[in-house]
Write a protein that binds this ligand. Sequence first.
Ligand code: CP
Length: 309
Amino acid sequence: MNYLNKHLLDVDHLSKDFIYDLMRQTKKIKDGESLNDFSGLDVCALFYEDSTRTKLSFQKACSKLRLNFHNLDIQKSSLNKGESFYNTIKTINSIGMDLFIIRHFSSGAAYFLAKNTNSSVINAGDGSHAHPTQTLSDLFTIFEEEENFEDLEISIIGDILYSRVARSNILGFLKMGSKINILGPKELIPKVIIDIYESIDKSYKNKIKFYEDFEKPILNSNFLMALRIQKERFDTNTNMDFDYHKWKLDMEKINTFNKEVFVMHPGPVNEETEMSHELVHSNRSLISKQVENGVHVRQKIIERLLGNE
Ligand code: CP
């Protein structure tokens, strides 16, 4: 097994064909096709940051695969006695785990773990860097509605600067050949993002566009994805002097510009900030499906990593 098959740290090393295959395999799981049995294998959840949907969906996926799920309660761990991250990893490595699922407030933490363990590692979100299982869940939710990503235009709205979901999703959507519109307060839009993706593939250049107002991107989009404003990641240099409510999605905007569009949000949603309560719970919203699909996608990812597929 090579390094890239052993871990899921971001979506950058996944090919378009691999992702399409993962979508089709996930559909079979969702439709109730056979379950793998990994009895006797051990999974360790290391969540240094809060989580509801990612952690619980991993836990449920592990139960379905008969895996032993061990959660280290970080707040009650020997971290409080001064143990370093490195020594925590080495200690758990000695106890013996087959798979780590890690969420950490520092970008790169999952990569550091992967370098210092013999086990597989899934990145469940590292700082503002990457959240690959959210991206694959979002891709699957879109795939259920529209199988051909090349025909799609997707708008991502809000706090792009501090969002690990934005980084992984932009990369994932571009890989699949979709067009992307980026819009939100200019203080929270990193223009440099375009250079990062240009360095991966020049053909991406024309697939990503930045907007300073709503009309055109919403009119053209098949999917609108709002992002949570990540105040906990703002630093002292972040200019907070913007009107976030200008970027809120609500029924009025949808009905005015594009009644056919689907709305998405990786969650948790700050209702009435990024999106109105009415829209979150409307028939245009795929938010509950994103959460539901997270279980199936995470199950398939674990199967591929532990089953040497
Ligand atoms: N989208 C997401 O990662 O949600 P949680 O923080 O609840 O896991």
